[in-house]
Design a protein around this ligand. Structure first.
Ligand code: OGA
Ligand code: NI
Length: 327
């Protein structure tokens, strides 16, 4: 039984006769994004302060950076990747069932169910796992235990980075402690199958993340690109590093100081690619308010943000995001 989602059958008629739909594929720059060694946070005060400065500067100027010596062991990452491959190898007929993994509906996504034109098609499948739900995965014990081991180490990493970013703004970390917990974050497992026409269909459409911050682990294939000064830049795979990016909620909270940058994934023609994203976010009733005056964004709850992005996605095929809350 085949585990590939039926992309070809579903997209063929939509794509026939179209030119290359992704116009800026050849216009991608190879530039290194900031690489920060977190070991320095544990050294003397001067090193620590310099490292913190690198983090806040990268969040301001790039919205994206990579970290090494981040405390998530290669073993934990390898286990996650192994389990991720296994779970995506489940036959499509099973993955796409309502109660797959005993998790709520809409955990599994393939392509873009909200696409309203061919440019919005996507060549990827994903599992969105809300962390409090993993206890329901009693039939998939090894996937569950790999996730638990990963979350146990990635959560303190996220908290540490968020605390550094907050400190720069004089925002008390208690704000995050009150609104975010291991139970308000979620994971997205992404698989990008080989795509026979990578210049027509994107792996993952350009988007900005909703979270405060996101931590991503990508395999060795490459394809992740981010927007910098009006150009796409590809993030070269680095097996030692984790990728960190600022999400919409931190952009609003920081009054635009930290930037939630658009990114996308280009599919590869011959090989499959896997990635794993951990989204550090708040509970639904959390209030997001720009820390500085005059505020650029109106005050909103995370629930309002979600409602707005869901509405936009339904109506226009795109979630729009934080610009909706600009004053
Ligand atoms: C995401 C994302 C990047 C990747 O899941 O939001 O941007 O490399 N993933 O798959
Ligand atoms: Ni993303």
């Amino acid at each position: 039984m085949d585990y590939e989602p039926p992309f070809l059958q579903t997209y063929m008629s939509l794509l026939q006769g179209t030119n290359d739909l992704i116009s800026d594929l050849s216009d991608v720059e190879k530039r290194e994004i900031p690489l920060i060694d977190l070991k320095r946070l544990k050294l003397d005060q001067l090193e620590r302060e310099e490292c913190m400065k690198e983090i806040t500067e990268a969040a301001r100027k790039w919205g994206f950076f990579q970290v090494v010596n981040h405390g998530v062991s290669q073993e934990v990452l390898k286990n996650m990747q192994f389990e991720e491959k296994e779970v995506f190898r489940t036959p499509f007929g099973i993955k796409s069932q309502e109660n797959f993994l005993n998790l709520p509906s809409r955990t599994y996504r393939w392509g873009n169910a909200s696409a309203i034109n061919p440019k919005q098609l996507m060549w990827s499948e994903a599992l969105h796992i809300f962390l409090p739900d993993i206890e329901k995965m009693d039939q998939h014990k090894s996937l569950r235990s790999s996730i638990e081991s990963f979350v146990k180490v990635v959560t303190p990493l996220a908290e540490n980075l968020v605390q550094i970013l907050a400190q720069e703004l004089n925002i008390n970390f208690s704000y995050f402690q009150q609104n975010c917990s291991a139970n308000t974050s979620y994971l997205r497992l992404n698989r990008y199958p080989p795509c026979p026409f990578p210049s027509k269909v994107i792996g993952l459409l350009p988007h900005a993340d909703t979270s405060f911050i996101t931590i991503v682990h990508q395999d060795h294939i490459g394809g992740l690109q981010l927007m910098k000064d009006g150009k796409w830049i590809s993030v070269k795979p680095n097996s030692e590093a984790l990728i960190v990016n600022v999400g919409d909620l931190f952009q609003a909270l920081s009054n635009g100081l930290y930037t939630s940058v658009g990114h996308r994934v280009v599919a590869a023609e011959k090989v499959e690619r896997f990635s794993l994203a951990y989204f550090y976010g708040p509970s639904i009733d959390a209030v997001i308010e720009s820390y500085a005056t005059p505020p650029l964004y109106r005050k909103f709850t995370f629930g309002e943000y979600k409602e707005q992005t869901m509405k936009d996605l339904k109506e226009g095929g795109d979630k729009v995001g934080i610009s909706r809350f600009l004053l």
